[in-house]
Design a protein around this ligand. Sequence first.
Ligand code: NAI
Ligand code: MG
Length: 355
Amino acid sequence: MTQPGAAVRLAVIPGDGVGPEVIGATVPVLAAAVSAQGGELQVTELDWGGERFLREGAAMPADAADVAKEHDAVLFGAVGRPDVPDHELVWGLIIGLRQQLDLAVNIRPVQAFAGVPTKVRDTDGVDLVIVRENTEGEYVGAGGVAHAGSGHDLGIEVAVHSRRVIERAAHHAFALAGKRSGKLSLVTKSNAMRHGYPLWDRVVAEVGEQYPGVELETVLVDAMAARMIQAPRSLDVLLAGNLFGDILSDLAAVLAGGMGMAPSANVLPGGDVPGIYEPVHGSAPDIAGRGVANPVACLLSGALLLEDLGHTKAAHGIRQAVAAALLDPQNHTPDLGGSATTADLASAVLNRMET
Ligand code: NAI
Ligand code: MG
């Protein structure tokens, strides 16, 4: 927490592809929002990502977690470039940092804004949050390759689910559900996977006993995928493991207009480490370099960041301005069916903050 009038020490990792484009659009908006409340945004830009990997053999320095800890929060764009194997950058940066900082949960809110067209019909009023476990599950990094190159290669990927990690994600999800509608949907797959997900079901139900005001339901992930499209307003807070949370959050983003609209926060609730705030999307190489990426996912990630630091009014100011700008189709980027550039949409947001 920092005080609303105090300086915010922000580390910024633009990364690759559209990362620098959406970050470039977001930082001035954050600075304006903080200064409107009498504070100051102090930005340290870090050159971590694909170019650094090609130059130095590593996407980030060995002491990356310590560098992050010198700041109140980290704003991250995206990594990924066609000439570097994906795992080198995704593991070498964002998944690695989430693990090193032990950022227990990835919060992914999905909100349908008025005036934004969606490929799915009838999404008015959709407002849900996915709480994704962020350090274990299928992305824990355990496994290996046997008989490499023999023609009989064997890829072994081990999913790990521990009580401690499930408990802390569950506490966060129940507390959040308690502040919202009082409904929590746990997403597992315990009919087909007989070890890890039944543990989730048991542990989450146990944690739930401490939150009598929250109603818990357990839904299989395949059924949840269908329900998310058919009855999205029946959902409020979802709790999912690392893999299912990742997949469902891209699906949920479609309800709000697509990947350009989905923000996220990687945090350790109650912990003394900076959170990492990032759009859910990747580096979007198919549109990178043209200045047409939708900056909303990154802008809303910035709002989550300021809110978590206690700058509630600044965060609110950004969300209001984004909502107001999106009402006018002139400000829509191509992913929303418009012809505005990243800079056009960002300046529409800035203008609406200043008025
Ligand atoms: P992606 O999210 O980059 O792109 C998927 C689709 O969404 C593309 O059609 C893209 O044009 C569109 N899109 C994404 N962001 C957008 C925006 N702001 N405005 C408008 N349209 C947008 O996912 P993809 O294509 O699977 O991955 C591309 C690269 O990004 C890969 O190297 C991948 O590993 C990496 N990646 C990195 C992530 C991270 O840094 N956290 C997360 C996901 C992927
Ligand atoms: Mg993803």
